[in-house]
Ligand binder design. Structure first.
Ligand code: CMC
Length: 391
């Protein structure tokens, strides 16, 4: 009852209190649990940051080793899951398959987690981290018609990602430290981003006390959209198209500014960052380094830089505070690492997983009420029913 405040897209509404991620959009600051994203990307590894996000503190050497071991215990995925994967056409988008498989995990893990039991919560965290990585790579194996691969207990989490994806019976995978480091950094940069669309979705679904897998599956679906995580695939497709059409960046700038054209410059703009996206800065630098170290020459990188320069000089983009976001340069690195374009958003999902888990856990531990926004009704007033023959 009472007056309802209307705020479409929740541009000015806080949905919760949170101790996890600090973000200042004006100053371009991003911190996980108080640690700057620059420091974490440079000095920590992905599992360390996952632990930090989920449990609130950086792990000790012993805690980190235990965390890795415990995740490993859960990397075996029920064999019956393979029947589900087999039901999909090879052409299915990996994000759709990932959402379905994550949801299917609820069938094999039906017991709901007692969030007040620390041990049960810890197990649920490790299980999710373990199984999600494996099924994420299976979406790719399926699309390629490759046999599904299993986690190698002698290798680290990020290296396992590459092995799970690319190792073939005829082609053993040899890790290149440059590749593993770059991936580690990218996953860290995607780790959490406070109440973005997919995270809000995970919290909202979880607020009805739906389980962790079900909530995360909903997060995967939310992430898929091109205005959110799907932007990384859309950016690369846009850059490829510009390249195919002769590299005329100005033409696409004009399209993006044309209000009669629905086209948007993908990888530009952000709801919260109105100055720069600190993740984009780090990723741009990493993209330069990775390409140079791997000796990859990609004309797409030059197009991206040209677009960025043009946009930074442009009145339309300047007046609307539109800057490159996290998705603008990440695809260029993924491409250099041999990740297929339709897997880019899956990469984002793997990186965001610890953030989703941390937010779900916090929401339940804080005993938040069920999410249930109100609305302002704009439909008909009361109408008399008209029988079918009188309409
Ligand atoms: N190209 C052209 N114009 C744009 C763009 C763009 N990429 N982004 C925003 N605008 C314009 C928009 O048309 C509007 O103009 P006007 O005031 O004249 O109507 C103004 O800028 C404000 O945009 P908005 O849509 O009201 O802003 P929002 O906060 O609702 O949307 C956004 C934020 C990220 C969805 C949007 O900037 C966008 O669609 N960007 C392209 C997609 C993208 O890169 N998404 C990734 C976001 S970062 C990582 C993630 O979340 O996954």
């Amino acid at each position: 009852s009472g007056i309802i405040t209307l705020d479409p897209g929740y541009k000015n509404s806080g949905s919760c209190k949170s101790d996890i991620t600090f973000l200042d959009g004006e100053l371009g600051i991003l911190r996980y649990r108080g640690y700057s994203i620059e420091d974490l990307a440079e000095k920590a590894d992905f599992l360390e940051v996952s632990y930090l996000l989920i449990f609130g503190e950086l792990p000790t050497t012993k805690q980190l080793a235990q965390f890795e071991t415990d995740i490993r215990k859960y990397t075996l995925v029920n064999e019956e899951m393979k029947n589900i994967i087999d039901g999909f056409p090879k052409t299915a988008h990996p994000m759709g398959v990932l959402a379905a498989l994550t949801s299917a995990l609820t069938a094999f893990n039906p017991k709901s987690v007692n969030v007040e039991n620390e041990k049960e919560m810890y197990e649920a965290v490790c299980k999710t981290m373990g199984k999600f990585l494996v099924i994420a790579t299976w979406t790719y194996r399926k699309s390629m018609g490759y046999p599904l691969n299993y986690y190698d207990n002698t290798k680290g989490y990020v290296e396992n990602f590459m092995r799970l994806m690319f190792e073939l019976p005829t082609e053993p995978y040899t890790a290149n430290p440059v590749v593993i480091d770059a991936l580690d950094k990218l996953f860290i940069l995607h780790g959490d981003h406070e109440q973005n669309c997919s995270t809000s979705t995970v919290r909202m679904v979880g607020s009805s006390h739906a389980g962790l897998f079900a909530s995360i599956s909903a997060g995967v679906s939310a992430l898929w959209g091109p205005l959110h995580g799907g932007a990384n695939q859309a950016v690369l497709e846009m850059l490829e198209e510009i390249h195919r059409n002769g590299g005329d960046a100005d033409k696409y700038m004009a399209k993006a500014k044309d209000k009669n054209d629905p086209f948007r410059l993908m990888g530009f703009g952000h709801r919260v960052y109105k100055n720069f996206d600190p993740r984009a800065k780090i990723i741009k630098k990493a993209a330069n380094e990775v390409l140079a170290t791997l000796g990859v020459e990609d004309p797409i990188l030059a197009i991206a830089k040209k677009l960025e320069e043009a946009a930074l000089e442009d009145e339309y983009f300047k007046s609307r505070n539109l800057y490159p976001n996290v998705d603008f340069y990440s695809g260029i690195i993924y491409r250099a690492l041999g990740i297929p374009t339709d897997m880019f958003t899956v990469m984002f999902a793997i990186g965001r997983l610890p953030g989703w888990i941390a937010q779900w856990k916090e929401m339940r531990e804080n005993k938040e009420p069920i999410g249930r926004p109100r609305q302002v009704y704009t439909g008909h007033p009361l109408r008399d029913f008209v029988p079918t023959d009188k309409r």
